[in-house]
Design a binder for this molecule. Sequence first.
Ligand SMILES: [Zn+2]
Length: 409
Amino acid sequence: MINLKLKERFLKYIKFDTQSDDSSTTIPSTMKQKDLGKYLEEELKSIGLSESFMDEFGYVYGYLPSNCNSKQTIGLIAHMDTSDEASGKDVNPKVINNYDGSIIVLNEALGLKLDPKEFNYLNNQIGHELITTDGTTLLGADDKAGIAIIMTVIDELLHSNIEYPNIIVTFTPDEEIGRGTDAFNYEYYKEKNCSIAYTLDGGEPHIVNYENFNAASCVVEIIGKSIHPGSAKNKMINASLVAIEFNDLLPKYMVPSMTEGYEGFNHLVEISSSVSNAKLVYIIRNHDMNLFKEQKVLFGKACEYLNTKYGYEVCKITLKDSYYNMKELVLKNEFILANANDALRENGVTPEYDPIRGGTDGARLSFGGIITPNLGTGGQNFHGPFEYLDVDEASLMVNVVKTLVQKYK
Ligand SMILES: [Zn+2]
């Protein structure tokens, strides 16, 4: 399965440093993402899309009208930015042809290697073409592999006899900092009558994601009573100690380090305190809506308990929902998953589901009216120097997506 254009594209895209920045307040968070955006807009034009543009926020949209008068429109989405957990500047990829199953030395000096004993999935990739980092940066397969797959799909559809529906292509900025849909052009999708899309932002080709966490945050503010410690008896209420008390009222085992799969958690992400004031910030996560609600109720109960105990409003909580599990929405339209599964099977892949222990742009889009499950790209070990791409798997996904779009014609 050789797809030279796919590989060339990927190697070109990862040369753009597109790291997003959580501390920035602009959209996109870093202007360098627009350099890749501009390039992608041009490439969409050069492969034959008459309609492609980048908006002021750095989102790139392209529209491919159906070649068979289909009334249906399907969206294909990938993100342009890379994680801030590792540098994405001066990426110096290494191409391994026909991987032989041995340890891959990424960087001798730094002692970084990909050992199949540690990274088990490599055992499935013998004979494949892999692209790794040189150990000093991330690779950017997350999510430039997704972009390369989508671009190649559009290119190949345009130069084939395959019948396809209307297709909207979208490349978004700032996914890694959770803002990938903040300036998403829902109107454009509505105009094109598009209410179904797929993100290409996962790992192994056989994994389809359509479940994510329900997510909320809780800020706990504690007001103590600060008195000179020498004369504090029966008077002082130390906010720091009340903060510890608050955390002690939450279930001990319900933390990220003790949970997996469908188990939810309350995660203390920030704490600051003095005798007079304390602030705790939690994120609350659960796939199950009822359990999610119960977790939030528990925060209210802990607060109430402390207020009653101390006889004044020692504690105040602010709960805010962030995003919800897209599962219900996806399952209401069963064909969206069925089509993905069939497309995988028709290309020799047995689909599996994996609940995402996080959120996705697709979840936000789904609640915004565009149901959007997530498909794999062939990338592994995202967000760090161990990241690599399996070119054969990415090629396979080009075929899967080509098969998939035909199901909507
Ligand atoms: Zn991603």
